[in-house]
Ligand binder design. Sequence first.
Ligand code: FAD
Length: 467
Amino acid sequence: MSQFDVTVIGSGPGGYVAAIRAAQLGFKTAIIEKYPTMGGTCLNVGCIPSKALLDSSEHYHNAVHSFANHGILVDAPKADIARMVERKNEVVDQITTGIQFLMDKNKITVYQGVGSFEDATHVKVTKEDGSSEVLESKYVIIATGSKPSSLPFINIDKERIITSTEALNLKEIPKKFLVIGGGVIGLELGSVMLRLGSEVTVIEYMDKIIPGMDGALSKELQKVLKKQGMTFELSTAVSAVERNGDTVKVTAKNKKGEEVSFEGDYVLVSVGRKPYTDGLGLEKAGVDLDERGRVKVNEHLQTNVQNIYAIGDVIQGAMLAHKASEEGVLVAEQLAGQKPHINYNLIPGVVYTWPEVAGVGKTEEQLKAEGTAIKVGNFPMRALGRSRASGDIDGFIKIIADEKTDEVLGVHMIGARAADMIAAAVTAMEFRASAEDIARMSHAHPTFAEAIKEAALDATGKIAIHM
Ligand code: FAD
């Protein structure tokens, strides 16, 4: 029987990062992945492929809508979705192969098969051909991630009634693309189709899109996407989804209580994701789940069984790749006797629409509900030279600071390259910067990041220069 110090089940951004850190710290490490490629949801059917298609569709959209304004004249461009998906697959192949390389480099033993507990220190790997092998391990890290969830009355047929996984592999551009759920995944994939020419309707149960983010971002994003042509049906509760040949029909109740229906050729069900523990044999190890089916962990990410830990989408908290990776590192370092810490308040959230949306820290709604006295600074992207030069004038940056201490409590942005700019806010907040600290730092000109400085000037004393 093979013996390991650490065995990780699942090779997503939680699992593979945990395995690398464990190996770096000198543990004899194994990782078990049931799919033939490494990298989990994020690399295979999540973060990376969605961004590859977002980028391709953005290029196409620019060719159709912006090139002429920049003085670039091309004959009517055509979108070749087959090539876009092929390119996306090439990107995924490069990255998943890269993870395999990292496993080899760090001398991590990779097992392909389904991992399931025999007891707390033994994990069976069942391979595709039905053969199996049991590993003995001092510690086990559960990193089995999540799967798309649905509504009980929806039958996902994976052809016309689809999840994000199928939306990343469509063979044609939908004519009418219906999206159930106005969260991050629905809006990103809705954006891809919109840019490629689909009519896109987003049906959302709540009264706003991207509900977890600062309300100002939600309003602005809806406004901008509406301008781009996306239709929103908010406060609308879907009650049925039917398929008739190549047509799908979504029936719902709108906010007035009236029955409404929408027809399209594809419907994306993006109503969230659920933790994945099927076939893991948790009961054999005695590991408890919480009321929402997530593996229950304490603040050390340790389950109720002392040598078993869990990280990423399968436990509580934001379902984000970088959150999973931070947790992987934390568990490995703890096993080595270190005392790492994750500041969950500073895990940024991003939406890769264009303009991009990003936020970190507390939202204005949260701070008001807590009764914290705050000051808010805003700066519109359109007032920047860089935005004018590129033509990306939508959006703003909002900085919320404590009224008394001036400490930055939240940074929320929508605009070109917000996904990258949010890192500056995370850095500042990690070091507990005040709005004035940011306002006094030199920001290169002309950049989109100058809006951070200007919003900080506005927050600290309503002294933005270009507004
Ligand atoms: P996963 O990545 O889900 O990996 C779990 C792995 O465990 C899988 O490979 C699975 O096959 C394997 N597994 C499960 N059970 C077993 C078993 N019993 N034995 C062996 N292997 C098993 N997050 C971001 O931060 N940024 C983004 O831009 C982003 N975009 C996304 C876009 C889409 C369309 C989707 C669907 C998700 C996106 N996410 C994004 C979310 C991100 O993918 C997840 O938060 C992240 O993958 C979670 O990592 P994880 O390691 O916990 O689990």
